[in-house]
Design a protein around this ligand. Structure first.
Ligand SMILES: [Zn+2]
Length: 344
């Protein structure tokens, strides 16, 4: 089969488009004919060797994917050939203390499809059946591939960790990003007031269309905490979701009310920041990392997705042999929504 893989870490030139053996399923796995996969910043990290590294080479990249089931192992039930599905890329062991106690977000032996296991930039991919979720007929494969990581991350931040309420106001940083555009839709379903930031007016327009009430261009208005207050009837916000990190750290602290929650799930601008620790006791703020995610929360999220109430935002589409160009676009940051790779 055709696939995009790496045999060593490095630049975009290390991405190989070539032939790999057709994968065969274990007894608990399904084979997916991949129709679409999507890029995440994680993919750039895997290719370059930053962060966690693949256990061995070659490694087929692609953490997000959707497609049709074309075969399965003998212990798999509940699926049939032709089922339209998307994939949760976090593979849990079901054996460790955390998995047994129902806290699989902390699984000691967790592996990720597209990182530790072969991913979706290929004609076919085998994954554990428990990681596969059916999608309704009116969700296209490209949209479906754009959703799993971004929406599960946003769900974790807004619903699980942040516990956003309808009467609250949330500030969502980088509303044009995959996680940001997902978080806007989730916060909209909850009924909260939504203020978002973005680097361009075009991204703000898109965020407004998705459900944000107010948008701030942080390129032209870098000291935006006063604008946040103005947009929230003179009050600071109850909660912030941040994927930006160092560049907005001080403005985050100036925008958050006493007792407010800041959930951090990315630090694309840098991860070092000064903090006056007395803020935590004096105001008192709750600072949280988004952390690992459970199978249960993925299932909860899929219920809402299959009702048609959340939509993947596809920003650009490339064919499988053009994954290098897709990485270039992602590194340029001159895009919004998700970069999607069409299948075989
Ligand atoms: Zn485990």
């Amino acid at each position: 089969m055709k696939a995009v893989y790496i045999t060593e870490f490095g630049g975009i030139d290390k991405l190989v488009y070539g032939d790999m053996p057709d994968p065969q399923p274990e007894s608990n796995e399904v084979i997916i004919n991949v129709k679409a996969s999507a890029l995440n910043h994680l993919d750039l990290g895997v290719r370059s060797g930053r962060g966690r590294v693949p256990g061995n080479f070659p490694r087929i990249l692609g953490c997000d994917m959707s497609g049709e089931i074309v075969g399965f192992g003998k212990e798999v039930s509940g699926f049939k050939t032709g089922d339209r599905v998307l994939v949760d890329n976090r593979v849990k062991c079901d054996k460790c203390r955390y998995c047994i106690l129902g806290e699989d977000q902390f699984c000691s032996n967790q592996m990720r499809i597209g990182v530790d296991l072969d991913g979706g930039h290929a004609e076919f991919c085998v994954v554990p059946a428990v990681n596969v979720h059916k999608i309704s007929d009116d969700i296209g494969f490209e949209e479906a591939a754009a959703m799993p990581l971004a929406f599960h991350t946003a769900w974790q931040c807004v619903v699980v960790k942040g516990d956003l309420k309808p009467w609250e106001t949330i500030l969502i940083q980088a509303g044009g990003s995959g996680v940001g555009s997902a978080a806007i839709q989730i916060a909209k379903r909850i009924g909260a007031k939504i203020i978002t930031t973005a680097s361009t007016d075009e991204k703000i327009d898109q965020a407004i269309r998705l459900g944000a009430h107010y948008g701030i261009n942080y390129t032209t208005n870098p000291d935006f905490s006063n604008s946040v207050r103005d947009m929230n009837s003179g009050r600071l916000v109850d909660m912030i979701l941040d994927v930006v990190g160092a560049a907005v750290w001080q403005q985050n602290l100036l925008s958050l009310k006493a007792g407010g929650r800041l959930v951090i799930t990315g630090t694309t601008s840098g991860s070092s920041a000064d903090i006056d620790l007395s803020l935590l006791s004096g105001r008192p703020l709750t600072l949280m990392g988004s952390g690992g995610r459970t199978r249960r929360s993925f299932v909860d999220m899929m219920e809402v997705i299959n009702r048609g109430e959340l939509h993947g935002v596809v920003g650009a589409v490339f064919s499988l042999d053009k994954v290098g160009e897709a990485h270039e676009l992602m590194e340029s940051r001159k895009f919004s929504g998700k970069i999607v790779i069409t299948g075989s």
